[in-house]
Design a protein around this ligand. Structure first.
Ligand code: PGA
Length: 250
C-alpha cells in the first residue's frame, strides 16, 4: 500500500486575488489525479476567491492564522467565524514568523489552537527551533515545549484534527534544509512526545509535516523517512511549476 502524504502550501503574504486564483486553478488542474492530501493557504484577502476555485476538489482551503477571540473589539484581527463563513477547513497556527516576528507566545498559540478546534477546523501546529537553539543542543526540548504548551487542554478526541509541522526556523526561506536524517530524528522525538501526552495510538496516527526549504529536488528524500508524513511548503508553493512536482513527488 502506498503511503498518503499531506502536502501543504503556505503562500504567506504573496499574491493578489487574481494571481491567487491563477495559481489555485493550476493546482486544482495539476492535482486532479494526485494521490496525497493537499492544502492551499492564501492570505485572508484571497481566501474567498481561492475557495471558489478549490471547492469540491482534492485541494483543501487553509488560512495562515486566526484571532484568539471569537469576536469583539480586536481591530485588524480575523475571527474563526469569518473563516468558517469562507469555507476554510484548516488553520496554520504558531508559524515561526508569527512566533518570532509578531511575538506570539505559546499561551496565545494555545488559545488559537483550542478555539480553532472547538469550531471544527483542522489545525496545523508549527514548531521548531532557531539556529541558536539548535547549536545549543536544544532542538528537541524547544519542540517538546511548543507541543506541550500548544496542545495544553486539547483532549485526545480532538487530536484527529491536529497536524504538527516541524519547521526549523533556520531552514525557513533560507535554502538550508535539515538533512532527512536530522529531520526524521526530530519527527521521531515529536512522536514520542505525542505518545507521552496522548498514547501510542495517537502518536502513530498523527501527521507530522516537515517544513523549511522543501523543493522538488529534496522532497522525495525527505518523504522517504519513516516519521515524515508530509510537507509544509513556503517559497516553492508560489509557483505551480515548483509545487506540483513536490505534491506529486515519486
Ligand atoms: P519555505 O517556508 O519553504 O520558504 O522555507 C516554509 C514555511 O515557512 O512554511
Amino acid at each position: 500500500m502506498s503511503r498518503r502524504y499531506y502536502i501543504a502550501g503556505n503562500w504567506k503574504m504573496h499574491k493578489t486575488r487574481s494571481e491567487a486564483v491563477e495559481l489555485a486553478k493550476a493546482l486544482v488542474d495539476g492535482l486532479k489525479d494526485g494521490k496525497h492530501k493537499y492544502l492551499a493557504a492564501p492570505s485572508f484577502t484571497a481566501l474567498e476567491a481561492v475557495g471558489a476555485v478549490v471547492k469540491g476538489t482534492n485541494v483543501r482551503l487553509g488560512a495562515q492564522d486566526v484571532a484568539a477571540e471569537e469576536q469583539g473589539a480586536h481591530t485588524g484581527e480575523v475571527s474563526v467565524l469569518m473563516l468558517k463563513d469562507l469555507g476554510v477547513q484548516t488553520i496554520i497556527l504558531g508559524h515561526s514568523e508569527r512566533r518570532h516576528t509578531y511575538k506570539e507566545d505559546d499561551a496565545l498559540v494555545n488559545k488559537k489552537v483550542k478555539l480553532a478546534l472547538k469550531h471544527g477546523f483542522e489545525v496545523i501546529l508549527c514548531v521548531g527551533e532557531t539556529l541558536e537553539e539548535r547549536e545549543n543542543g536544544q532542538a528537541e526540548v524547544v519542540c517538546e515545549s511548543q507541543i506541550i504548551w500548544g496542545l495544553a487542554g486539547v483532549p485526545k478526541d480532538a487530536l484527529a484534527n491536529v497536524v504538527i509541522a516541524y519547521e526549523p526556523v533556520w531552514a525557513i526561506g533560507t535554502g538550508k534544509t535539515a538533512t532527512p536524517d536530522d529531520a526524521d530524528a526530530i519527527h521521531a522525538y515529536i512522536r514520542k512526545v505525542v505518545s507521552r501526552l496522548y498514547g501510542a495510538d495517537a502518536a502513530e496516527n498523527i501527521v507530522i509535516q516537515y517544513g523549511g526549504s522543501v523543493k522538488p529536488e529534496n522532497v522525495a528524500q525527505l518523504m522517504s523517512k519513516e516519521n515524515i508524513d508530509g510537507a509544509l511548503v513556503g517559497g516553492a508553493s508560489l509557483k505551480a511549476d515548483a509545487f506540483l512536482p513536490i505534491a506529486k513527488f515519486a
